[in-house]
Design a protein around this ligand. Structure first.
Ligand code: SF4
Length: 278
């Protein structure tokens, strides 16, 4: 039975490079874990986050992602076996230690990644366990595998923070390596079920700052009716060293973070259609 951590799961910050921590898990066990959700692969977790959902939160980062965003600051999370194998029971027990504090701080638990729905069975079980303990639950996802969650599973998630990367389909494909439609379909499904949603948008100068493109994203988001807020996240270079260490080609060398004016301009596009944007 593989039930880490061999190294500490708790990260000092989300930018720690972690690789090969699950390499020793036999392929058969990985397949069984993905099918059952009884075991998952985690990059790390942090406590005390105030930027991954409402209040103060415990955040667990999963490994595995099917996208290859040019601006990804955690490319070490792309590979499932870079994560530490942890049973859902152990992860839930660890989380349970914080439940009273999280409640007192109007916070909760956020499952992020990587892409958590790459391990949809683990994600569903861990979020349901958190919900059962009375902990507010959130997931940060690109939505591509949203159809892997049943309606009942969706109802155990108090907040979906959906990443919309850009609007134009060709640009989306170039930026992420995947089509945008499954993400939009997931957003429509969440809207139809009236599930609370935040939209997260990474603002990259020269890449995602086209105002027409932003206006189309904003119009879509406003029409959904369930978007409580939009977070415009300024691009940064904190993850660049990971691309170098992993021997990956990094396309955004030399791109600088957006100015405060540009970030405000982007927020205004969302505000213009009646959304709350930060
Ligand atoms: S969806 Fe997230 S984890 Fe996956 S490549 Fe994009 S930014 Fe990175």
């Amino acid at each position: 039975m593989f039930d880490g951590p061999v190294v500490s799961l708790e990260a000092k910050n989300p930018f720690e490079l972690r690789v090969h921590l699950g390499d020793a898990v036999p392929e058969q066990s990985v397949r069984e874990a993905l099918a059952s959700g009884d075991m998952g692969f985690l990059h790390s977790y942090t406590t005390g986050s105030t930027v991954d959902g409402p209040g103060v939160r415990v955040v667990a980062w999963t490994t595995g992602c099917m996208w290859r965003c040019q601006y990804c600051h955690n490319p070490d999370t792309w590979t499932l076996s870079n994560g530490i194998p942890v049973s859902v029971a152990k992860a839930a027990a660890e989380l349970g230690k914080y439940r009273h504090d999280l409640k007192a701080m109007s916070g909760g638990f956020t499952l992020s990644g990587g892409e958590p729905l790459m391990q949809s069975r683990f994600a569903a079980k861990l979020l349901a366990a958190a919900k059962k303990m009375g902990i507010h639950t959130a997931i940060e996802t690109n939505g591509f595998y949203g159809d892997r969650l049943s309606d009942a599973e969706l109802d155990t998630i108090d907040l979906v923070m959906l990443g919309i990367k850009t609007w134009d389909p060709a640009r989306h494909l170039a930026l992420t390596g995947q089509p945008i439609e499954p993400t939009l379909e997931f957003a429509r499904r969440l809207a139809a079920r009236r599930r609370p949603m935040w939209i997260r948008f990474v603002l990259v100068p020269g890449v995602t700052d086209d105002l027409d493109d932003l206006a189309k994203t904003a119009a879509f988001a406003a029409a959904l009716g369930n978007v409580e807020r939009v977070e415009v996240l300024p691009f940064h270079q904190l993850g660049r060293y990971k691309w170098e260490r992993l021997g990956l080609d990094y396309a955004l060398d030399g791109v600088t973070p957006p100015t405060a004016e540009l970030a405000e301009q982007a927020c205004d596009v969302f505000r213009h259609v009646g959304l709350t944007a930060y």
